[in-house]
Design a protein around this ligand. Structure first.
Ligand code: NAP
Length: 509
């Protein structure tokens, strides 16, 4: 956090006069390109700090920023703005950035990562297969292709690339979707890159097929199996995983025919209160015409135009301080003019100052502000409920309601559509090691490990949600991918990768 010699920076943490030059705002994707670009180390937490793994976003220290704009130039989602250009919806981020430094003790550094591997040159060509084409796979590809001797072949099950960015990020978040621009390749890199669509690894091709022509395989195919809602009635029609609903409005080929019931009742209940729940709730009550200009699937837009839904209840089983949504997503939700967000003040702690986690305090501050807001007659609404645990989906042949247990007893909500948004898990693939307890591929720093010997499996790696579970935001995958690629390149340099079978001398020759 010190300025290099020759750069005069003010003393850190003088916040009485906030001199903010650049501010990180809602779209922050945690990709940390800005951290590397900053000449005065004023963006935190960095990928080397412990807080990075769990932070909602990154923050610029107003006391150290020298107003150079280098961070804004490299931000892939246009989240960094000069102070003077903040819109009214971005203005709260001025204080949010500053208060991070007021609240946070310096975060201890993580153990240093692997020593950077030597550049792989064309004299020692290295062929890597990548399974999946979402953010983790593309971050791996861009890291690898920085080495002139690396060739990458990417395999995608679907007919179009970008995985979670295309089919998971909400259509009204175009800046986040624009992160694909970061994955554009220069002509030299494009020459060393191949993308095979409509090709499922484990079904169309197996691991041995990939190792025929490649030295290594990185499995970065995500974790998209919805966690099961294990309560009576959850198999009834009308009780759906939120991931399928998200896929439906994002035109995912697996979910185009979903047909959620939006015109038989006025209420939708969502179980769980993570960012996926907030995305689904927002889409359900946004003005369809405000979605018409987005990439939303046309059939979903038609269904939303005919929807009778005017209330979404979001059911959090724990208290507001433990809500799974992030503060930036909550802030974005309450800035929409299309609907009200309602919170019962009685559900909030009177004095949040006892909370140790500044992220929890920020959520409580925001929820307290929401609880004090007037509502608008005739507006659609999202109600955020806490300490509300689902116990049964009601109905005989289809969903008619949901029973919940609250601090004051049991109650029911009438609804013909329950979305359970309780996270995702991975699926086993192609004889690859798989840890059923965590729904992930067992690994050490991205090197896949054998479950019986706990030793790395030569040439096999993993990255993204397949590696660490369904956590983090899009940019979290960059650091995750770097760790995996560093290990792969170190193994290449040490001669630990298998020679592709097609390159091995044939017996008898
Ligand atoms: P999530 O953040 O893990 O939230 C899961 C929610 O389900 C939590 O509220 C959890 O409650 C609840 N839950 C789990 N099991 C339950 C059960 N049996 N009964 C009732 N509630 C249950 O999952 P997510 O929303 O699917 O998000 C996945 C990841 O994608 C997250 O890292 C998220 O931040 C990210 N994402 C980011 C964005 C964005 O940045 N715009 C958008 C979408 C997703 P407990 O907390 O009590 O366990």
């Amino acid at each position: 956090m010190t300025a290099p010699s020759g750069v005069s920076a003010p003393a850190p943490h003088e916040h009485s006069e906030v001199r903010m030059a650049y501010v990180i705002t809602q779209n922050c994707c945690n990709d940390a390109s800005c951290v590397a670009a900053c000449p005065v180390d004023c963006i935190h937490p960095t990928p080397g700090e412990v807080g990075f793994a769990t932070t909602d976003m990154l923050y610029i220290d107003p006391a150290t920023c020298i107003d150079c704009g280098a961070c804004a130039d490299v931000c892939p989602v246009d989240a960094i703005r000069p102070d003077t250009e903040l819109t009214s919806t971005m203005a709260p981020y001025r204080e949010i950035n500053a208060s991070y430094y007021a609240e946070h003790p310096p975060s201890p550094a993580l153990t240093p990562g692997a020593t950077p591997a030597p550049l792989v040159t064309s004299a020692t060509p290295l062929r890597v297969a990548l399974v999946g084409s979402g953010p983790a796979a593309f971050y791996c590809a861009t890291e690898l292709l920085d080495h002139p001797g690396v060739h990458v072949t990417m395999f995608e099950r679907l007919p179009a690339p970008y995985g979670l960015i295309r089919h998971g990020v909400a259509p009204d978040h175009p800046a986040t979707k624009a992160i694909t621009s970061r994955f554009r390749l220069s002509p030299d890199k494009a020459r060393r890159f191949r993308l095979h669509l409509d090709t499922e690894i484990g079904t169309d091709l197996g691991r041995d097929d990939l190792l025929l022509d490649h030295h290594a395989v990185i499995y970065a195919h995500g974790a998209f199996l919805p966690r099961r809602l294990d309560i009576p009635g959850s198999n009834l029609p009308g009780c759906l995983p939120a991931g399928a609903f998200v896929g439906w409005y994002n035109d995912h080929p697996d979910h185009r025919d979903l047909d959620p019931s939006l015109h038989t009742g006025r209420r939708v209940a969502i179980v769980g209160n993570g960012n996926v729940a907030l995305d689904a709730a927002r889409i359900l009550v946004s003005e369809p015409e405000s979605l018409a200009e987005t990439t939303i699937a046309p059939s979903a837009l038609d269904a939303l135009r005919n929807s009778t839904v005017d209330e979404v209840v979001v059911l959090g089983r724990r208290g507001p301080e433990d809500a799974a949504f992030t503060a930036p997503e909550l802030l974005a939700l309450i800035q929409s003019p299309d609907f009200d967000v309602e919170v019962d003040p009685a559900a909030l702690p009177e004095d949040p100052s006892h909370l140790n986690d500044p992220r929890a305090r920020r959520k409580i501050d925001l929820l307290t502000e929401i609880a004090g807001r007037p509502t608008t007659a005739g507006h659609k609404r999202i109600r955020l409920l806490f300490h509300t645990r689902p116990t049964e989906i009601l109905g005989t042949s289809c969903t008619t309601g949901i029973r919940v247990r609250t601090a004051s007893g049991e109650t029911t909500f009438d609804t013909s559509l329950v979305l359970y948004s309780i996270g995702f898990t991975g699926t086993p693939i192609d004889g690859l090691p798989f840890d059923r307890a965590t729904g992930t591929i067992p690994h050490r720093n991205g090197r896949v490990t054998d479950h019986t010997t706990d030793r790395p499996v030569a040439g096999i790696y993993t990255a993204g949600w397949a590696k660490r579970g369904a956590t983090g935001v899009i940019g979290t995958n960059r650091t995750c991918a770097q760790e995996t690629v560093d290990c792969l390149l170190a193994d290449h340099a040490a001669g630990r990768l298998p020679i592709p079978r097609s390159q091995r001398p044939r017996a008898g020759l």
